[in-house]
Design a protein around this ligand. Structure first.
Ligand code: 5GP
Ligand code: ZN
Length: 137
């Protein structure tokens, strides 16, 4: 399969690597949203977080936590956004699971990392939503 993040994660395409172990490679985003924006790329292909083996997700988020804390101490930055876009409708542009870690700085304008505007829809029926989602668990 011709997947650019598979090639980067497995070292076929060189990258500045912040961290690497058996499961992941962490690289700097080519088009950063802030200074220090990185991506955690698993070395095995999954289209998004939704397809990644559940039992391996803990490892990915443990790495995200470690890097987030290291960014706050080391850069330093004042906060981080840790997020994964899943599927095109959610803004995913590369179909290989990746977690963004975006350092945030108190002296920069604080915007939610999501560009979705809150408060623009009718008040939802929370009970109906709960039922629709939980029946699919
Ligand atoms: P998504 O929108 O899929 O959540 O994020 C994809 C991210 O990958 C974007 O922030 C984009 O800048 C980054 N990206 C795309 N291609 C490359 C690449 O070849 N190298 C690096 N380092 N980042 C990339
Ligand atoms: Zn891939």
């Amino acid at each position: 399969m011709d997947c650019i993040f598979c090639k980067i994660a497995n070292g076929e395409i060189p990258s500045t690597t912040l961290y690497e172990d058996e499961e992941v490679r962490v690289i700097f985003d080519i088009n950063p949203a802030s200074v220090g924006h990185v991506l955690i790329l698993p070395k095995t292909h999954a289209a998004s977080l939704l397809e990644y083996p559940t039992e391996k997700l803990g490892t990915i988020f443990a790495i995200a936590q470690k890097i987030g804390n290291a960014m706050i101490q080391g850069l330093p930055c004042d906060g981080v956004n840790i997020l994964a876009n899943c599927r095109e409708a959610a803004g995913q542009t590369v179909d290989h699971f990746h977690v963004h870690i975006i350092p945030r700085y108190a002296n920069a304008p604080t915007k939610d990392a999501m560009t979705i505007e809150s408060g623009t829809i009718e008040k939802p029926d929370f009970d109906a939503l709960k039922e629709a989602i939980t029946k699919a668990f």
